[in-house]
Design a protein around this ligand. Sequence first.
Ligand SMILES: [Fe+2]
Ligand SMILES: [Fe+2]
Length: 344
Amino acid sequence: MKELNLKPLGMEERHNKIFAAWKELGEGDVLRIINDHDPKPLRYMFQAEFNDAFAWEYKQQGPAQWIVEIKKLKREAPLTPEQKAKREELKQILKKLHEARPEELDKVKKGAERYFREVAPKELAMAEQELIQEGTTRTEMKRLCDVHLEVMKSGLGAKARRLRLPASHPISICKDEHKIIKRNLRRLKALLGKLKSAGSFEKAKKQIDTLKELSHFFLETEKHHEREEKALFPRLEAHGVVEPPQIFKEDHVEFMAKKKVLSEIAMAQGKKSFKEFLDTVGPVIEFLTQNLKDHIYKEDNILYPMAYETLEKSEWAGVRKKFDAIGYCCFAPADFVKEKKRRH
Ligand SMILES: [Fe+2]
Ligand SMILES: [Fe+2]
């Protein structure tokens, strides 16, 4: 990472320094800029100059100081006219799904289903990314993802299921963790039913203990998201896949907030009436069991296969190294445990 403090510099000097520094950066490198005001005009300049070959991320937004990290992305080879037409077609289908009135939705979904069976996960992600760049907001895109998630669940691309990787591969590790997370989500859902029928703290002692255990488990799974965000997403971004990781990151933030609430409720249950307790814990459990399950589904079937397709084979060793450095939670890969034992 290269850092530039613009504060002491004059206007013209700022400009020259930034572009000189940018020129020297390699693909995937980051230029960190510190400024005394929002460098928005710079962002427009970058857009005009480099199109989408950079990723812009605010690290601090005022009031006295602005910090931005600009990452240099790999310029993808331009699409052939045929590929371009295909992408346009896919974008139209996504748009149609998004704009369909409730009464037409079934028909549109049927048409899309056939299409999604054929399309590569990366193509899907890039089409979504272009829609966002053309003005579809991320919130809209998330809703759209939910619709096409439904479509995919009914007839998912065969490609995704064909991924067969060794257990030590970062994708296998994440998928194995997903299985454990899903198992505990099912336990959490069942627990809510049991809590409701217990009816009082007195009778729900055992269930409250389970709730504490599960809320602790879910807090611990933060490591899993951290590994996705720090080891996998930056690699995707370096290949120009910027928007999909952003959507998953936003999900992570939401999940973290809910997990914290769940843990707080589990620890402080005695302070409320049992009904109040159920009223607060119920929606949190319902949110997590539904949304985290969907998130995992999208990762297993879209994000990971797309990542496999996007990253160079040689990059995965680096991803794995970073995984090991960040560490594991509910689960550690067998070769990692073995290696650790050998060293002790
Ligand atoms: Fe995730
Ligand atoms: Fe995940």
